[in-house]
Design a protein around this ligand. Structure first.
Ligand code: CP
Ligand code: NVA
Length: 308
């Protein structure tokens, strides 16, 4: 069963073929993300359940559109409206859903919900973000980098701010795609050591640098994300902002990276907090390409999961 649970749990050859397939499908659409159906409709007759226990714009819309472009049908479910949110076990939910649908995408809090869903489902399960990781996002980000700058292997990526779920998937991708990653942020928000060690064990250069200006020296890509994630307590907001303010990505910081460095943000962004509008809307920014590539990358992920 091809579940897509995390980047480090997926074979690097499969990851590479998904990225290549996504690029092919994007090219075949002649630059149009919308409108014309794909020549092939490999998901004809397939029903895909999209379960959300947290808010979403990009994941929800890009999966929904992606399935429809490939001839399948979707049902978007809010975790809260399901019995899952009212005491039914994940295992029972997984077994029941598997009798109705061909593929399950779930966005949830605790990653054990995802892994338990995958354990008991008899259809493939895709991770649409948990508190710990966000692999679909990073597949789109790798694709986006390579569209603009060629192979990502050997490049230097700098993650700024909170060592959160998206950062974790970037660390997983560093190991699997062979790029170096420097984290710059306050020590209390460092990424989990497990993610750092795993990437290092794959032979890539993973550094922690407290000074954001030193960190971006030689960077091919600078990445920011929100300072307060959906799973973070709102009561921690002010403290996080105070800790993270020195790590804002602004024109001054970007000027210390390589002259052709790209800027990425998975969105949604809080403009003038983790990144300024001058950077987000500036010449280095590829944030809307990232958002579009969620669509193409996830189509390839779904086809890999279903073997179609
Ligand atoms: N980047 C991302 O996953 O966005 P959504 O929360 O809007 O899905
Ligand atoms: N780190 C953010 C990513 C949102 C797509 C969060 O988990 O809220």
């Amino acid at each position: 069963m091809n579940h897509f649970l995390d980047i480090h749990k997926t074979d690097p050859t499969d990851l590479r073929s998904m990225i290549d397939h996504a690029k092919q499908m994007k090219t075949a659409r002649n630059g149009r993300p919308r409108g014309t159906p794909d020549d092939e409709l490999p998901l004809t007759g397939h029903m895909v359940a999209l379960i959300f226990e947290k808010p979403s714009t990009r994941t929800r819309v890009s999966f929904d559109v992606g399935v429809r472009q490939m001839g399948g049908q979707t049902m978007v479910l809010s975790g809260n409206d399901m019995q899952l949110g009212h005491g039914e076990t994940i295992a029972d939910t997984a077994r029941v859903m598997s009798r109705y649908v061909d593929l399950i995408m779930i966005r949830t809090f605790d990653e054990t919900v995802l892994t338990e869903m995958a354990e008991y489902a008899t259809v493939p399960v895709i991770n649409g973000l948990t508190d710990r990781t966000h692999p679909c996002q990073i597949m789109a980000d790798v694709m986006t980098f390579e569209e603009h700058r060629g192979p990502i292997a050997g490049k230097k990526v700098v993650w700024t701010g909170d060592g959160n779920n998206v950062c974790a998937s970037f660390l997983h991708a560093a190991g699997q795609f062979g790029f170096d990653l420097t984290f710059t942020g306050p020590e209390v928000l460092d990424p989990e050591q497990e993610f750092v060690d795993l990437a290092r064990s794959k032979g890539v250069d993973i550094r922690i640098e407290r000074d954001p200006f030193k960190a971006v020296d030689g960077a091919d890509l600078v990445v920011a994300d929100t300072w307060v994630s959906m799973h973070d307590a709102q009561s921690a907001r002010e403290r996080r902002h105070n800790l993270l303010r020195p790590y804002q990505v602004n024109d001054d910081l970007m000027a210390h990276a390589k002259s052709d460095a790209l800027f990425m943000h998975c969105l949604p962004a809080h403009r003038e907090e983790e990144a300024t509008s001058s950077v987000m809307d500036g010449p280095s920014s590829v944030i809307f390409d990232e958002a579009e590539n969620r669509l193409h990358a996830q189509k390839a992920i779904m086809r890999w999961c279903l073997g179609v």
